[in-house]
Write a protein that binds this ligand. Structure first.
Ligand code: SF4
Ligand code: SF4
Length: 121
């Protein structure tokens, strides 16, 4: 027992000091989605294969599409990423998605960078 106590004093902690230290998720982690409207052809395969109905692709112009993703419904399985043959969707390592207002979990991506459009003041 004494040996075990002494060993744990000098051992590195098994837990992370989150949120004091930012987490770096593994390379293939499936976090918040990123959408590139330039690559999207509006085939809606991502919508068809999404198990929770979290993603909607809308036509916003001639050969222009936007993605609306409900982050509250998304289970971060990345099936839509695999289904997209044009590689318009990508799973990022972003995990800090908590919101106090449930409406803010529904986000529209129409920007090429995959970022949400700036919020109106
Ligand atoms: S599968 Fe890809 S190309 Fe097709 S609608 Fe979805 S994001 Fe666009
Ligand atoms: S990651 Fe999974 S649950 Fe989320 S939008 Fe894509 S297919 Fe749907």
């Amino acid at each position: 027992m004494i040996r075990e106590v002494l060993r744990s004093i000098f051992k590195k902690p098994a837990t992370n000091l989150y949120p004091a230290q930012k987490l770096v998720m593994p390379e293939k982690f499936r976090g918040k989605l990123k959408f590139n409207p330039v690559k999207c052809i509006g085939c809606k395969m991502c919508m068809r294969d999404c198990p929770t109905g979290a993603i909607t692709i809308n036509k916003v112009g001639e050969k222009k599409f936007e993605a609306v993703i409900d982050l509250g419904k998304c289970i971060y399985c990345a099936q839509c990423v695999d289904s997209c043959l044009k590689k318009a969707l990508e799973a990022t390592r972003e995990v800090e998605l908590a919101q106090q207002d449930i409406k803010k979990l529904k986000v529209t991506y129409s920007d090429e960078s995959g970022n949400e459009p700036p919020k109106e003041a």
